[in-house]
Write a protein that binds this ligand. Structure first.
Ligand code: SAH
Ligand code: SF4
Ligand code: F3S
Length: 484
């Protein structure tokens, strides 16, 4: 299958090692009349959306390009999660402004979360922008482009309660032909007070389970061996007769509510040779049912991304996360009881949320000690306009304190990642080969069930194969071994 996008870089977050990647559309030459260049920022869901955009515009006479200089239309699919993410996009727009001076007919569009947050205001703030389209408006892009062709500016930031793009077959983002992402839901109803996502992505809605299973089956038949089911809170996935339509149930013979546990099971049954991952789980919603399904199916990977955000119950309350420190620790215990100590566990952490004291920050560090995450994405709090925290609380932790607390969190995590990896030395894991290692084409790399990257000598193995690898050594980020 053709690859339409490639990872081209890592943008570091505040000079720290936690990263945000961005992707650029690939060269495609099927003789279409216009060239589309898309740059995508933010989370995996945004990258998936860019595939939907590419798929919609393919039918409208566009080939994608990886060279912005040859583009007729430039789209930035944007992220608003932290101030820095938006600043990156504004810097990109001023660079593109330079290009437009030489090529006045270049069309510039802003898609995604920043488009949704700022709406038509973006046209005033960034004069170079011709088109603004929110995450639920992509079917309207052909019309919006036509409008710009006719000399007008075009905006659609309507948020839908139903749109899941279920019928649009995305043009595959993944280069390796082995692993792919499947969106299973859109939006978020959680209202964590720090978070802009409920405002930029709208209400939560789940996608038809049969279309998800069909997509997984299609990927497997095309040679893919791993799918990651995506949603802001996969544990609240729900497809029911009431919430969706009756006719569908009658036609396809599905009677009850399909929960995330049920969906996982259906996808796992596509083939024992297809690995299943998912992200993101929410500590308040992940159920024992999900853990039991994971335990029952060998091909559901034993790895959970379970963002804690803070280790202090008062701060968790202010964040409106819906759980306490004790509840979170209880969930971790449950995970380890049902799935074992080797189940991979990772987290997101926010340092310096409104009114966080030094003692409360210490509780985040002590929770990390208690859990020992394999991996974490770590950020300092960045106030976002329109969020509940912006309205209700003061962003009163100084930049110095935020930075220092974040470094302490990062240092601790670095320690834990190394310790957790050291436990794996001397063990043998089944690895799905994804491609060459980053450093050398004499080595291959893949991941084990717990999501750890393992590098080993190539010998005669190729991507897409499963191989057992004995781990001989490790760093904080990688296990190193040899095939056995
Ligand atoms: N739906 C996922 C997270 C989506 S956003 C979940 O609930 O876990 C990814 C991460 O960005 C969050 O987990 C949080 O750690 C971080 N984040 C979100 N808003 C932020 C803000 N205003 N400042 C700093 N980090 C933030
Ligand atoms: Fe944001 Fe919370 Fe929803 Fe995650 S669960 S997207 S942090 S509101
Ligand atoms: Fe960013 Fe929107 Fe994703 S704010 S993290 S691109 S949902």
């Amino acid at each position: 299958m053709e690859k339409l996008f490639e990872d081209i870089g890592i943008l570091d977050n505040a000079g720290q090692e936690n990263c945000e990647t961005f992707q650029v559309s690939k060269e495609q030459n099927t003789g279409k009349s216009r060239k589309l260049y898309i740059e995508s920022y933010g989370c995996q869901m945004n990258f998936s959306d860019s595939e939907i955009v590419a798929s919609i515009l393919q039918k409208e006479g566009f080939d994608t390009t990886s060279d912005i200089n040859t583009a007729d239309v430039v789209f930035l699919n944007t992220c608003s999660i932290r101030e820095k993410a938006e600043q990156t996009v504004r810097n990109r727009l001023s660079h593109i402004n330079g290009l437009k001076k030489h090529k006045p007919e270049l069309m510039v569009g802003v898609l995604g979360c920043m488009a949704e947050r700022l709406k038509a205001k973006l046209l005033e703030e960034e004069k170079i922008v011709d088109l603004v389209a929110g995450p639920d408006a992509y079917r309207d892009l052909p019309k919006l482009i036509l409008q710009v062709d006719e000399g007008e500016k075009a905006v659609n930031t309507f948020l839908s309660r139903e749109e899941t793009y279920a019928d649009i077959s995305p043009v595959r983002l993944n280069s390796n032909g082995v692993t792919a992402f499947i969106s299973i839901m859109r939006g978020c109803d959680n209202m964590c007070t720090f978070c802009v996502v409920p405002f930029t992505r709208g209400r939560e809605r789940s996608r038809d389970p049969l279309s998800i299973v069909a997509e997984a089956r299609d990927l497997f038949e095309k040679g893919y061996r791993e799918v990651t089911l995506l949603g802001q809170n996969v544990d609240s996935y729900k497809w029911s007769e009431q919430e969706n339509n009756k006719a569908w149930i009658e036609k396809k013979g599905v009677q009850d509510v399909v929960t995330f546990a049920g969906l996982l099971e259906k996808v796992a049954q596509v083939s024992p040779e297809l690995r299943i991952r998912f992200s993101t789980s929410h500590p308040k919603d992940i159920t024992d049912d999900v853990l039991h399904v994971m335990a029952r199916y060998e091909n559901i990977c034993k790895y959970i991304h379970l963002p804690v955000q803070s280790g202090n119950s008062r701060i968790l309350g202010l964040m409106n996360r819906g759980y306490s420190r004790e509840w979170y620790l209880g969930k971790v215990q449950r995970i380890r009881e049902i799935l074992g100590e080797d189940c991979g566990l990772s987290s997101d952490m926010i340092a310096g949320f409104c009114s966080e004291t030094e003692e409360e920050h210490q509780e985040t560090l002590s929770l990390m000690d208690a859990v020992q995450f394999d991996f974490a994405y770590m950020f300092f709090y960045s106030e976002r306009p329109g969020t509940l925290a912006e309205k209700k609380f003061k962003d009163d932790v100084s930049a110095e304190a935020k930075n220092r607390r974040l470094s302490e969190i990062i240092d601790k995590q670095r320690d834990h990642s190394l310790q957790r990896n050291r436990r794996d030395v001397g063990k043998t894991f089944r690895v799905l080969i994804e491609g060459y290692s980053r450093r050398s084409d004499q080595f291959l790399q893949g991941r084990n069930t717990a999501n750890k990257v393992i590098v080993f000598p190539k010998e005669n193995f190729t991507r897409g194969q499963y191989v057992n690898v004995y781990v001989e050594d490790c760093t904080g980020g990688t296990l190193v071994g040899k095939a056995v």
